[in-house]
Design a protein around this ligand. Structure first.
Ligand code: HEC
Ligand code: HEC
Length: 283
């Protein structure tokens, strides 16, 4: 779709939401700590029918917000990573084991963030990183599960993401994961709520629009968890999905639900080729 048809369609779909104008993603490039080069723009993966180029949400943020993510000393999301390093090394549960006892240094999990959600052969379903962490806690440590979008969990996901920064997102969408991916795709294109808007209406048809003074991105999840200046904490993928569905005034699925797991796989696959960026900074 070219820019003008995209914007006309978008304006119709968003007729009920106040919009202020259009501006494309900016031209800035992202290198973290002067050494980790991040791909924030690349050719869309082949399965995307209506988009030629994919962009990280970072490209839609103001220069001030962008700057906060360029150095780990400035990035408040890195405090979550520090907290998680303490949990990583602390024994918990009836087995008296820590993550480190089995996995070694957190860097051993480099590359893992990039391929999740992923088909888990043993469980016979697609799992998210959160599910893998809780599976280790429950079945391997004899510890209590963490709340799906809780602080301990989101900090741990930030740690696991941080060691993959700069690696390309590369989730598998075929093979045994295909039916889950298709379910996620259906959800992405389904209009919900009083506003009758789908994810695609905003993040595919209308990215670049200013909506309530916010510059609408493609809704990519390569930067998760995201530290949001708005709520001053790290936000997980499913918490963000919940907020966006609620903004359409729809009833929403629960974090960790099969629907949100499928949606996460699909949305992740729309970002195949962008770099893992989490923990990122957004407004
Ligand atoms: C008793 C050993 C043990 C402990 C303790 C443990 N794990 Fe695991 N973990 C495993 C095994 C075994 C697997 C599955 C095989 C693999 O992928 O390494 C696994 C898998 C994972 C995966 C998926 C890795 C992948 O490549 O797909 C993540 C993420 C993970 N663990 C995180 C954690 C975290 C975080 C903790 C601490 C809260 C933890 N684990 C504690 C043994 C353990
Ligand atoms: C009414 C328009 C609208 C709809 C519908 C909508 N969103 Fe959003 N979404 C936003 C706005 C506004 C933001 C904040 C600005 C931005 O990052 O795009 C946002 C942000 C996001 C982000 C954060 C991106 C980042 O880089 O941090 C994700 C992920 C996301 N949305 C996913 C979804 C999904 C999945 C759906 C469908 C369930 C959805 N959104 C539906 C408006 C919408």
């Amino acid at each position: 779709m070219n820019t003008s048809t995209r914007i006309i369609g978008a304006t119709l779909a968003l007729a009920m939401v106040p919009t202020l104008g259009v501006s494309d993603p900016d031209e800035d490039s992202l290198t973290i700590n002067g050494e980790i080069a991040i791909v924030t723009e690349t050719a869309a993966p082949a399965h995307l029918e209506n988009v030629d180029t994919i962009y990280s949400g970072w490209r839609f943020r103001s220069d001030e917000t962008q700057a906060v993510q360029m150095d780990d000393f400035d990035n408040p999301g890195m405090i979550g990573v520090e907290n998680a390093l303490v949990d990583w090394a602390s024994a918990d549960g009836t087995e008296g084991k820590s993550c480190a006892d089995c996995h070694g240094e957190a860097e051993e999990l480099a590359g893992v963030r990039a391929v999740y959600p992923k088909w888990n052969e043993e469980q016979g379903r697609v799992t998210t990183l959160e599910m893998e962490v809780n599976n280790c806690r429950e079945t391997r440590m004899g510890a209590e599960k963490w709340k799906y979008t809780g602080g301990d969990m989101t900090d741990m996901i930030a740690l696991i993401s941080s060691v993959s920064r700069g690696m390309p997102v590369n989730v598998a969408i075929n093979g045994p994961a295909q039916s889950t991916w298709e379910q996620g795709k259906d959800l992405y294109y389904t209009r919900t709520g009083q506003l009758e808007l789908s994810c695609a209406n905003c993040h595919e048809d209308s990215y670049g629009l200013m909506i309530r003074a916010d510059h609408l991105s493609q809704g990519q999840i390569n930067g998760f968890p995201t530290y949001r200046l708005k709520n001053t904490k790290l936000n997980s993928v499913h918490a963000r999905f919940k907020g966006c569905v609620r903004d359409t005034r729809a009833h929403t699925y629960k974090p960790g639900s099969p629907e949100f797991i499928a949606l996460e796989l699909y949305v992740a696959s729309r970002g195949n080729g962008l770099s893992v960026e989490g923990p990122s900074v957004r407004n």
